[in-house]
Design a protein around this ligand. Structure first.
Ligand code: GLC
Length: 742
């Protein structure tokens, strides 16, 4: 080969090496020492995660061969210790395993699903629930949970809206960080903690049509300003791990995305944790049409920075060959391996690899059940109340109906693998305890949420005939939300609507309690009911919690973390919408359009003829048993300099006769920008408790940081001009005041 070609070849190889040179930031002495002694095969083995199948010969053989780094779904502490012993005692370097599980909203003591926890708008409640989950799960040997999920979700057709904190980046960031802190505590090496896993990175909630695993096409500004902020917040809060998502963003699978895994996570956010794939997601790049085969997928994922491969066998089957053939550099392999070893070191597993069986099975502690009951009560959202709530001290004969009234399994919602359903306390049981069995009629007809049996409805009507009030527990079975469970029709499943109609015909007060994994279309029930309480699958203590609310012992304080639609067809639906060039002014609904109406008679503005353009209940909405008045907003100045700040003040008054909690929400809107912005975006909120008649000023400081957005050149900018400010109890009410940024 002549010198020129040789020089050219050297330059190419050097640049390939540079491109693949991993950012091997300084690792601990132990990690560096292990790396120096590990063979390529041992390094590849540290990148392999499998779902456990017990203490079986096949599994122990792979562990002994150094081919397994982590197991998910092993939750028997005795088996965990036996498998760990194989890794520690029977492999050349004795590197311990990490045991993982989807502990999403509790391990044994189930808290509300994350969407329900979001309805509390309370970071401390979320943190506490995560800490209890970590204490319970770690006593079974689980030291790594695949939570929090901080995917922004604005399409309730997507079943996994259940697992996140809703539609708003600010609320999602706050609660995602709270969960990270709850799982990890102050010292991740303590045996009763778990490594958090912030997921699914990124854009999973934007799958087209709200269909799970679907391709996502996301505008750069939406990615930067809506989807990524919660991930950045959790990265900076020290989430020990991240999980990449299944979807592509604009044609690039998250598994392969250098933009996400390198430019954002490692470079912009300076993240030093470990990235695990989602289940088999590396292999899925083949059907996605991005990788030729599993070996190609392994190469792509390794070069992008996916550290650990969950269940696809892409790495364990191909990475050694890729390294030996130079398609993946040793530097890259070392970087991936170092991230895994560092996680094990942070968890204290090298020094303390085993579960303390003396402390195993610390489940359902009284204080945990109390915390779960409080969280569920705080998550209950009072949507409507014609005065029938709270129930009278002696409410007479209460007919309890609806498929969710005594649903010990389904009350816990999705991702409740380890709960014991007989520990679930249901509304029916709690009502009987509170009001006496003889005053509570079991008027259940439909036996599960999808039940359509007409005879069951007749049974309910007959049972409720001489009741004084009907409590109808509507909703979804757990399996109807969560992963791979998307629905195009968000109305109540089965014949619940018909059953409620039939019960309403008895002409008695009707309270509807919805227990679901997502926002449902309840417009018809909203018209029928005298009161509606909505709570997203509330978990183990959902029964006592709802009785605390219905009885008035607990004044409801939940607020919606997502909009409730008028119709399913409005999806995707969220408050932070742009104004469009033809904002809907006067809405002419389909039944009000005269015959042979003129082509332009409905106004040619942006709304649906059969649903309008507003939700049934907006983001941020929630009532109380008292009433709050929000004064007009006052600004400390009508103008602000870029380095300055402005204080927005609102006086909130409790006009009722009992103490209550409300949430003052600060929304800001950039009226004119070089990239069209949403009409309003929530920038802050404050929960306030007021005694009857008490007034208090709520003050929010607004700085230039609150006004930033990502412009068309991907720069974070603040542009001079006018901004609107609202302080209100939901995203739809209140009149704005305006200031000018110089
Ligand atoms: C699933 C989910 C992910 C979960 C993982 C392990 O497919 O997408 O959220 O943590 O696999 O169960």
């Amino acid at each position: 080969m002549n010198n020129n070609i040789k020089r050219g070849a050297i330059i190419v190889l050097a640049s390939v090496a540079l491109f693949q040179s991993a950012d091997v930031s300084a690792h601990s002495k132990r990690v560096e020492d292990l790396l120096s002694r590990m063979t390529v095969a041992e390094k590849v083995g540290q990148l392999n995660q499998l779902s456990g199948w017990g203490y079986a010969p096949g599994m122990t053989a792979m562990i002994r061969a150094g081919q397994v780094s982590s197991l998910l779904n092993e939750v028997d502490p005795v088996v965990v210790n036996k498998l760990q012993k194989v890794a520690v005692d029977s492999t050349r370097l004795g590197i311990p395993l990490i045991f993982a599980r989807d502990v999403i909203h509790g391990f044994k003591t189930m808290f509300p699903i994350p969407l329900g926890q979001a309805a509390t708008w309370d970071a401390e409640t979320v943190r506490q629930g995560a800490a209890i989950a970590a204490d319970e799960a770690s006593s079974a040997g689980v030291r790594w949970t695949f939570s929090p999920m901080v995917d922004i979700a604005r399409d309730a057709r997507w079943g996994r809206i259940a697992e996140g904190f809703g539609e708003d980046p600010y609320l999602t960031s706050l609660l995602g960080v709270a969960m990270v802190k709850g799982y990890q505590g102050d010292d991740l090496s303590r045996p009763n903690t778990m490594a958090a896993c912030t997921k699914h990175f990124a854009g999973y909630g934007y799958g087209e049509g709200g269909r799970d695993y679907n391709s996502a096409y996301i505008a750069p500004g939406v990615l930067e300003d809506v989807i990524l902020p919660p991930f950045e917040a959790c990265a900076k809060a020290g989430s020990a791990t991240f999980m990449n998502s299944f979807n592509e963003i604009n044609g690039i699978p998250a598994n392969a995305s250098h933009y996400l895994l390198k430019d954002k996570l490692r470079k912009a956010w300076n993240y030093d944790g470990m990235v695990v794939s989602d289940w088999n997601s590396a292999m899925q790049m083949v059907p996605q049409g991005y990788a030729r085969d599993l070996r190609d997928a392994a190469r792509i994922a390794a070069l992008a920075g996916m550290d650990m491969d969950m269940e696809s066998h892409a790495y364990i089957g191909n990475l050694q060959d890729l390294v030996e053939k130079g398609e993946v550099s040793m530097a890259v392999l070392d970087s991936l391996t170092a991230n895994v070893l560092t996680l094990k070191e942070r968890l204290g597993l090298f020094d303390n690899p085993y579960v303390d069986l003396g402390k195993a099975n610390r489940y359902y502690a009284p204080e945990s059940l109390k915390a779960a009951r409080q969280a569920a009560a705080m998550s209950a959202i009072l949507l409507k109340n014609d005065g029938v709530l709270p129930l009278k001290a002696r409410p007479g004969r209460i007919a309890v109906a609806g498929p969710m009234a005594d649903a010990k399994h389904d009350q816990n919602g999705t991702w409740s693998f380890d709960m014991e359903k007989e520990r679930t306390v249901t509304p029916l049981a709690s009502l009987r305890e509170r009001y006496g069995k003889k005053n509570v009629i079991d008027a259940r007809g439909l036996e599960f949420s999808r039940d359509k049996e007409r005879a069951h409805i007749d049974r309910a009507v007959a049972a409720a005939a001489d009741a004084d009030i009907i409590l109808y527990f509507a909703g979804e079975e757990a399996v109807l939300s969560g992963e791979a469970h998307c629905r195009t029709d968000l109305t109540l499943p089965g014949a619940q609507a018909a059953e409620l109609q039939a019960l309403k015909a008895l002409d008695k007060p009707v309270v509807v309690v919805v227990m679901a994994g997502r926002p449902l279309e309840i417009s018809e029930q909203n018209d029928l009911a005298d009161a509606i309480v909505y709570y997203f699958h509330p978990g183990t203590m959902g029964g006592p919690a709802i009785v605390d609310v219905l009885s008035g012992d607990f004044n409801p304080q939940g607020h919606l973390p997502v909009c409730l639609p008028r119709t399913s067809g409005q999806m995707p639906l969220y408050y932070a919408q742009t104004n469009t060039g033809r904002p809907a002014s006067e809405i002419v609904l389909i039944d009000d359009i005269p015959l042979e109406a003129g082509q332009t008679s409905t106004g040619c503005t942006s709304f649906y003829l059969d649903a309008g353009n507003t939700p049934l209940y907006p983001f941020g909405y929630g009532l109380s048993y008292t009433e709050f008045d929000f004064s007009p907003v006052r600004l400390s100045s009508a103008t602000m300099d870029r380095e300055g700040n402005i204080t927005a003040t609102c006086t909130v008054t409790n006009k009722g006769d009992r103490e209550g909690t409300t949430i003052a929400q600060l929304y800001v809107g950039d009226k004119v920008a070089s990239l069209v912005q949403p009409v309003k975006v929530m920038k802050n909120f404050e929960k306030i408790i007021l005694k009857p008649g008490e007034s208090r000023d709520v003050n929010f400081t607004i700085t230039a940081d609150n006004l930033m957005f990502t412009d068309r050149n991907m720069n974070r900018v603040v542009e001079p001009g006018e901004f609107n400010v609202w302080i209100a109890s939901d995203s739809q009410t209140g009149k704005p005041v305006t200031f000018n940024l110089n």
